[in-house]
Design a binder for this molecule. Structure first.
Ligand code: AMP
Ligand code: GLY
Length: 452
């Protein structure tokens, strides 16, 4: 049996661990730093996810058969390179490939060079030229992005010239996101439904996973501040087979080939943040890792052995696998601390969870919790992701919200409208409706079969 060390400590890592635990190859799972919920399924170690020296030391002690590096920062910092240099089998891209997320300038220039569809843009390192360009374009909203990682906050959608000028000054002159915003990308504003596509790739083969839809704003009706993601559904009904084919030809394969041509072969999970614009699908962003909370709805639908996939990526034999998916839909509702994404208290008791941090009928992925004194306490902005699988999207959402209603803490915040936009978009032709065996279970559980 293979023992695995997973680096990270959020809902995404919890979902990865639960899927690895299903593998017939996997023995013990370790996690650093993990969280309260993860600690019920993996032995957790108090080493920070960006602490390369600390993780190396831990790996040397634990001698895992594989180390999975899940978050962006350690990947961009080169944790995989450091682990490989010590002979560990790893999952995740090396530093020279993680730059696809680590630098927006790199990714935009890559797309331009290899004709991969994306928003028109220019790069600036001084505010005067940036502002002159914004004025000459005179098109609002306009988009201003910090070049480097900024905890998901480095994108400003400016509604008018004044907002744009303020954003440019804050980023370039006041270094609002530190040196991440010393260079900015000014980009054309695109419209259309957003789709997240996570993919497995070993640099030779790219296998897109089931599509998903994130809900980035803090409040219902897509109002409020941008967050790391308040909920997800999969599959994304806007992502038809026809669009999938177009994305494969114009975006996925060209991106993997472009990285090879640059001598930066990408091995791991390559995330395509797409916008389906009236002029076709375009790349909004690349991430060098699994999305959060996309992973919480995508991996439960995976019907193949995740460890075998990770191993095949490491060995560059991904083409030999036939990766299978379950039918039906998944929905994840994030329960957050009141105040998130700004300031919020920690250490509040979460009520309604069983001793493993779970509830009946759902999979509870812990994002920011700790287990102390036999209780689960809040320990972050996003606290839990309540995930359910259903025969239909409506079924999955009903189950997930039933779960949400069983859990409570002081000042909890969650969106009540996760999946509503997707439900409106559902086109019965694009959904898998040949459920066969699942159908009987579904009717038994829900009394009715809702065809969307
Ligand atoms: P990111 O942090 O890159 O995921 O961007 C955050 C969000 O900003 C995206 O999910 C989009 O909703 C939005 N966004 C980014 N770039 C653009 C663009 N060029 N046009 C319109 N919206 C954008
Ligand atoms: N949910 C968006 C991300 O993982 O970047």
């Amino acid at each position: 049996m293979k023992n695995i060390l997973v680096v990270g400590g959020g809902g995404r890592e919890h979902a990865i661990i639960m899927k690895l635990a299903e593998s017939r190859h996997v023995g013990k799972i370790y996690c650093a730093p993990g969280n309260g919920g993860i600690s019920k399924y993996a032995e957790c170690f108090n080493v920070g996810a960006t602490d390369i020296e600390g993780i190396l030391k831990l790996a040397k002690e634990l001698k895992p058969d594989m180390v999975v590096v899940a978050p962006d920062d350690p990947l961009v910092l080169g944790m995989v390179d450091a682990l490989q240099a010590e002979g560990f089998m790893t999952f995740g891209p090396k530093k020279n490939a993680a730059i696809i997320e680590g630098s927006k300038v790199f990714s935009k220039d890559l797309m331009k060079k290899y004709n991969i569809p994306t928003a028109k843009y220019e790069v600036f390192t001084d505010s005067e030229s940036a502002i002159a360009y914004i004025k000459s374009e005179d098109a609002y909203p306009t988009v201003i992005k910090a070049d480097g990682l900024a905890l998901g906050k480095g994108v400003i959608l400016a509604q008018n010239e004044q907002e744009a000028v303020t954003a440019v000054h804050e980023m370039i002159d006041e270094l609002k996101f530190g040196k991440s915003s010393a260079t900015v990308v000014v980009e054309e504003f695109l419209t259309g439904p957003e789709v997240s596509i996570l993919s497995f790739t070993d640099g030779k083969t790219v296998v897109p996973m089931i599509s998903s839809m994130d809900h980035k704003r803090a409040n219902d009706n897509d109002e409020g501040l941008n967050t790391g993601g308040m909920g997800t559904v999969a599959p994304n009904p806007y992502y038809t087979d026809e669009i999938a084919k177009e994305c494969m030809e114009k975006i996925f394969v060209p991106t993997v080939n472009a990285m090879n041509s640059e001598g930066r072969t990408f091995e791991g999970c390559l995330y395509f943040g797409l916008m389906l614009t009236p002029k076709g699908p375009k790349v909004i962003e690349y991430n060098c890792r699994f999305g959060d909370p996309e992973t919480q709805v995508v991996l439960p639908l995976l019907d193949s052995d995740l460890y075998e996939i990770f191993e095949a990526i490491y060995n560059h034999t991904l083409n030999s696998l036939d990766i299978k998916w379950k039918t039906g839909s998944c929905a994840c509702v994030v329960m957050a601390s009141g105040g998130y994404p700004l300031s919020y208290p920690k250490g509040i008791e979460i009520k309604g969870l069983d001793e493993k941090g779970q509830i009946d009928g759902c999979e509870v992925y812990h994002a920011g919790t700790k287990f102390e004194g036999e209780k689960f306490l809040t320990n972050g902005g996003r606290v839990l992701g309540i995930t359910a699988h259903g025969l239909t999207l409506q079924g999955a959402l009903d189950k997930a919200y039933d779960g949400v209603r069983k859990i409570n803490w002081d000042n909890v915040h969650y969106r009540k409208d996760i999946g509503q936009r997707a439900l409106k978009a559902v086109d019965s032709d694009t959904l898998h409706l040949d459920y066969k065996d699942d159908m009987e279970d579904y009717i038994e559980e829900n009394g009715v079969y809702l065809r969307q």
